[in-house]
Ligand binder design. Structure first.
Ligand code: GLV
Ligand code: MG
Length: 309
């Protein structure tokens, strides 16, 4: 039984309609951490069947710059889901890292996908357990069960917020996806983001923010990304090449923070050692550091190392 790598970088997760050969071609060379080829909402019902084989061909064609190659299948209440999974995994399982399951409302949805993946891997001779799962939390039911969803399978690598469906699900009075709704002075998404983030962290999986639809408003994208990055989110969807650099930058630590984190780790290791006097709380310049500082520094250093700083 192999296991998924739950911490591969996902600062920028590019959505690509599986129905568009042109967009798929363009996506191949973009410097994103993850690319996901979409069989769900960006793919019209009459195009879904043709899109499955186009996706299989695209994955097997190789040449992806993205470290994570994913496919978003349809949600489990539809007639398409099982065949999405069977066709894509049988056809291109060796070139696929992850499946993205939308509209997850309870842990059973994730477990269903886990079981189906195992059956296919066994049937076609793929290593069992290598293909990961990302679960989209995009309605009130999913959010209310997010803790059990986050714990549903060892394949789970990330919880992903779906703001468009979520806004519809709670009747939010706005059509501007990813932006704050007018008429509410605080951050309307704070509770949702924190709920997803704490469920993710409690189960050692990543937390990914969803799309920002105004693709020409790069500053607006950056602002929205900066909010979830500040809380601790690992990355965000990108819908357009213009959003890619901003996502990679916002979800990486700044060089100064990264250097500082490495300094804390070095200093703390030395001071807690025999040679350093086995001290638990020490001064680093004007700053008092202790075991909790080390944990915070570890997080920043790990993100920085993954980002190649
Ligand atoms: C994404 O799937 C969303 O609903 O925002
Ligand atoms: Mg959605």
């Amino acid at each position: 039984m192999s296991t998924v790598d739950r911490w591969r970088s996902r600062r920028s997760c590019l959505a690509v309609p599986g129905s568009s050969a042109r967009f798929i071609e363009k996506a191949r060379g973009l410097p994103v951490d993850e690319v996901f080829l979409d069989l769900e909402d960006a793919c019209a019902p009459l195009e879904k069947e043709a899109a499955r084989s186009r996706i299989v061909e695209a994955l097997n064609g190789g040449g992806w710059r993205a470290g994570v190659r994913a496919v978003r299948v349809n949600d489990v209440t539809t007639q398409w889901t099982y065949r999405d999974v069977v066709t894509v995994v049988e056809g291109a399982g060796a070139n696929l890292d992850c499946l993205l399951l939308p509209k997850v409302r309870d842990a059973g949805h994730v477990r269903w996908l886990d079981v189906l993946l195992t059956q296919i891997e066994q049937a076609v001779g793929l290593p069992v357990g290598r293909i990961g799962i990302e679960a989209q939390i995009e309605d009130a039911a999913g959010l209310s069960r997010v803790d059990e969803i986050a714990a549903a399978s060892p394949r789970l690598e990330a919880l992903v917020f779906g703001p468009a469906d979520f806004m519809a699900s709670i009747n939010m009075k706005s059509l501007a996806v990813g932006q704050q709704p007018p008429g509410y002075s605080a951050d309307a998404f704070h509770y949702v983001l924190m709920r997803i983030l704490t469920a993710a962290r409690a189960n050692d999986v990543q937390a990914i923010d969803g799309p920002f639809l105004q693709v020409r408003d790069v500053e607006g994208f950056r602002e929205s990304a900066a909010r979830s990055a500040a809380l601790g989110f690992d990355g965000k969807w990108v819908l357009h090449p213009a959003q890619v650099d901003a996502a990679n930058e916002v979800y990486s630590p700044g060089q100064d923070d990264y250097d500082h984190a490495e300094l804390i780790l070095d200093a703390y290791e030395w001071h807690t050692s025999d040679a350093g006097g086995r001290r638990g709380a020490v001064m680093l310049g004007d700053e008092m550091i202790d075991e909790a500082s080390r944990k915070m520094a570890l997080v920043v250093a790990a993100k920085g190392r993954r980002a190649g700083l």
